[in-house]
Design a protein around this ligand. Structure first.
Ligand code: SF4
Length: 326
């Protein structure tokens, strides 16, 4: 196993014994799936039970893949989403022990404001107080926001929820974590500068909000010429927005468009292949439209983008689509 990752195997074995689990299911996000067989073997070495690995795609704690025969599901790599109140699930968060201080020191060179908001993903939430102390030792004022019921920890952001960022009044943000998607989300959600500090690659960057907005407005413009819209309702536990989807489809129909609604588990070009439409509106995971835009031949819009197409939202008031419990 990777030295930086803790799969809590001893704790899981303890839970299996305590709860007298006979069938255990393990669910890993894509980035950790390759460890699945090893983790399953490590558990089976200690307890003689059936261990099943979920082979379905997984990108968040919104998506709990329970096989009905399983007594317990262990979901790795994400913190639970409090508002979902999932039962029969243990969340092994797989915190990282990578040292974030070198990248925080590097990021100091890019910080230009005095009041800094600190945000991260669950892998590094335990480092935030140390990051705050480090930045405050440089004379900066730091805030770590408390989010809504979609997030478990102070300062934690999800691809669909930036409530911890919005909760603080700051000049700019530092995001600790890999990749730039979350940092880009914070920038779009707050309109402020965000420094993405990746401790794994030891790389700092400022997400290019302009190029994403250019891409999004290009797709919105293309969708304005559409006559048939397909509105998608996610069936994953934490992605269901039935009312929003039906309202959007009804509003489209009232404006003279053809609109139909599809329930769907995974939003991909392949699963949509037989539902021909000029444009799609995705009320499931908001990050698919942005992360996977290039995969889809027709525009895949977020609900807020579709509101622009319908004329319900000012074209200058771009807003990121979020799942929010407030
Ligand atoms: S809806 Fe998307 S961004 Fe939100 S937790 Fe699920 S996978 Fe992540």
């Amino acid at each position: 196993l990777n030295l930086y990752e803790d799969f809590e195997i001893e704790h899981i074995v303890k839970l299996v014994r305590e709860k007298e689990v006979r069938v255990l299911q393990l669910q890993f996000p894509e980035g950790l799936k390759r460890y699945g067989p090893q983790v399953a073997k490590r558990i089976k070495d200690d307890v003689n039970i059936s261990v099943l690995l979920s082979g379905n795609p997984c990108y968040g704690a919104c998506d709990l893949d329970r096989e009905t025969a399983a007594d317990l599901l262990v979901h790795f790599g994400h913190a639970e989403i409090p508002e979902l109140a999932a039962r029969g699930v243990y969340f092994a968060e797989v915190r990282s022990d990578v040292d974030v201080m070198p990248i925080v020191d590097d990021a100091l060179a890019l910080i230009s404001g005095r009041r800094i908001g600190i945000v991260t993903n669950v892998q590094h939430v335990h480092t935030l107080n140390a990051v705050r102390r480090r930045l405050e030792s440089e004379g900066l004022t730091c805030s770590i926001g408390v989010g809504d019921q979609r997030v478990k920890y102070k300062g934690q952001v999800l691809g669909c929820n930036f409530s911890c960022a919005r909760a603080v009044d700051v000049d700019e943000y530092i995001y600790i974590g890999n990749g730039t998607f979350h940092a880009l989300g914070v920038a779009l959600a707050t309109g402020k500068k965000v420094i993405a500090a990746d401790p794994f690659l030891r790389k700092i960057s400022v997400p290019d909000v302009e190029s994403i907005l250019k891409q999004r407005y290009g797709l919105i413009a293309k969708a304005m010429a559409a006559s048939t819209f397909c509105v998608l309702i996610g069936t994953k536990a934490g992605q269901q927005r039935f009312n929003l989807a039906t309202e959007l489809a009804e509003e489209a129909a009232a404006r003279g468009y053809n609109a139909f609604t599809v329930t769907i588990n995974d939003v991909t070009p392949w699963t949509l292949y037989n539902f021909a439409a000029d444009a799609y509106v995705n009320t499931a995971c908001p990050r698919i439209a942005i992360d996977d835009a290039s995969l889809f031949k027709a525009p895949l819009l977020t609900p807020t983008e579709f509101e622009m197409v319908l004329g319900k939202r000012d074209l200058n008031a771009y807003a990121l689509d979020e799942f929010s419990s407030c």
